[in-house]
Every structure is written in C-alpha cells, then in structure tokens.
Design a binder for this molecule. Structure first.
Ligand SMILES: [Zn+2]
Ligand SMILES: [Zn+2]
Length: 282
C-alpha cells in the first residue's frame, strides 16, 4: 500500500476545492490514502509557545521571525481543522495528523494535543536555540555557527521530542543538511544518539522528499548515513512528500520507495488513531 502522511493546507483555505488538488495528485501516484499534517503555527492554541521559544529581539533573526509570526499564521482552530477533515473523509481516504515544532515546554504541548484524536503526530525540529534554521532568509546565520554544535543541538532537540512521548514520527530527520553545510567531522555519534532516542520511544522516521525538491540539498531526508543507522536500529519508516502545494502531494514517492528498499525496508507504517500497523511497501 501507499500513503503520504506529510502535507500542509496552509497556502490555501479549508475548502474542498483546494483539498481536491491534493487528492488528484495522490491518485496520479497510486496512493491509497493521504494524511494532512498541519503545522502547529496554523493554530492559535500554540501561538504563545512560539512567542516563548523563538528569538524575537532586534537582531536580524529576531526581526525576521517577528514578521514571520505575523504572516499567514494561527488562522484556524484545531476544531476548524477536525471539522474540515471530517468533511473530506466523507469522500476520501484521509487521515488527520499534525506536525509539531520542538517547543521547550512539551508538557504544555501534551495538554493541547491530548484533547484531540489525531491519527498520528509528527514531531519536527524546526528551531535551534530559537532560530528557524530552515528559513532561506536566515541562511546568513549558518556560517556564524559551529556546525558540530548544530549537530549536537539537533540531537538534543530530538532527544527532547522523543522523551516527551508525544510523537509517533520524527519529521525529516537531519534536514540540517538542507543548505548544504556538510560536516567535516564524523557525524556518527549524533546519528546514533538520534536513532537511540527514537528507538526508545518507538518513533518512526519520516522519509521526506520535500528536501529533494524544495531545498538546495536536493536529496531525500534522512540522508543515506542516517538511513543505514535507522535500518540497523529497526526504526520503522513512513514515506512523505511534505507537499505545501496540491500538485506536490506524492511527489517523488516512487523514488522514495526505491530509496528505502535500498536499505532493506519492505514494510511501511500505517496509522489510525495512533495505532500502528505494518503493511507491505508497494
Ligand atoms: Zn517540517
Ligand atoms: Zn512539513
């Protein structure tokens, strides 16, 4: 079976016409089911957590992020989201998920999430020390930082997400490669730390084609070195496009299937109300 569980409606509205494009693209890739994974910055319930965690001072990073928080954010409640997906379910095989940022206060996150019946929850590292490292407008910040410290902090943030028990899937592992700042040091200890943390909390990985078509690195995440470690640890996989536009749903799915097969994977995880089931990869 084929599923794509990572996509966002945030550049459209919650209307059937916008969603329809995702279903059309899904069909063209032979997907049996799709799952929506709205960012937490879509929902006012999470707004304060961003203001608590992000750099918002007068530095270039702070200035950019203050503007970012005021642009196309916090526009639907979780209730709106569940009602909209319930409408879509009448005609389509669709799951409801969420992609949650690595907030410091995971107890507060748990309170919000536990009130809703998600099919799965993706936890993603999007911020390091309050800096949104994946924003192309903030790329100047990269050479100002020690890359090994970035790897260390990335691993620490995954450990925090995993230890919370709040998540089923780690989003786009090691997408810190997205702007092609590659380590000259041996990254193995960081790969091992991340894999061990995921194993302990029984989290799967999001094999994400978004970094193949949306970022300069042009490779599927996680990269091969981590895939080898993930396979050795027996971490389950999901395969996802991280589509932000309807036509990107399922994009490079076929390539991603071949990619994970190359590391020995034969099964993929399916979710329903956070219950997991292994199904054959096709
Ligand atoms: Zn993400
Ligand atoms: Zn995403």
């Amino acid at each position: 079976m084929r599923f794509d569980y990572h996509m966002h409606f945030e550049y459209g509205e919650y209307d059937e016409t916008w969603a329809e494009g995702f279903f059309i693209a899904a069909k063209s890739h032979g997907l049996d089911e799709i799952g929506i994974s709205e960012h937490t910055h879509t929902f006012p319930e999470f707004e304060q957590l961003y203001y608590d965690d992000l750099i918002l001072d007068s530095s270039p990073v702070g200035k950019f992020q203050r503007g970012w928080l005021k642009t196309n954010k916090f526009k639907h409640t979780l209730k709106d989201y569940f009602e909209f997906v319930a409408r879509l379910k009448k005609n389509h095989a669709v799951k409801i998920g969420i992609e949650v940022c690595n907030f410091r206060d995971q107890a507060a996150v748990k309170k919000i999430l536990d009130a809703w019946d998600f099919d799965y929850r993706i936890g993603s590292v999007h911020f390091l020390w309050g800096w949104g490292y994946d924003a192309s407008k903030l790329i100047d910040e990269w050479p100002r930082r020690d890359l090994e410290k970035i790897y260390d902090e990335y691993a620490a943030q995954v450990e925090l997400l995993a230890a919370s028990g709040n998540y089923d899937i780690l989003g786009h592992p090691f997408n810190i490669r997205l702007f092609k700042f590659f380590p000259a040091f041996d990254a193995t200890p960081y790969l091992e730390r991340v894999a061990a943390a995921l194993k302990k909390s029984q989290m799967a990985i999001d094999v994400n084609t978004g970094t193949l078509y949306r970022y300069p690195v042009k490779e599927i995440s996680p990269y091969a070195d981590f895939m080898k470690v993930a396979a050795a640890y027996g971490l389950p996989v999901t395969i996802n496009s991280d589509a932000h536009q309807p036509e990107d749903c399922g994009k490079f799915y076929e390539e991603a299937v071949e990619y994970v097969r190359g590391f020995g994977y034969k099964k993929i995880l399916r979710f329903d109300k956070r219950e997991r089931e292994f199904v054959e990869l096709t």
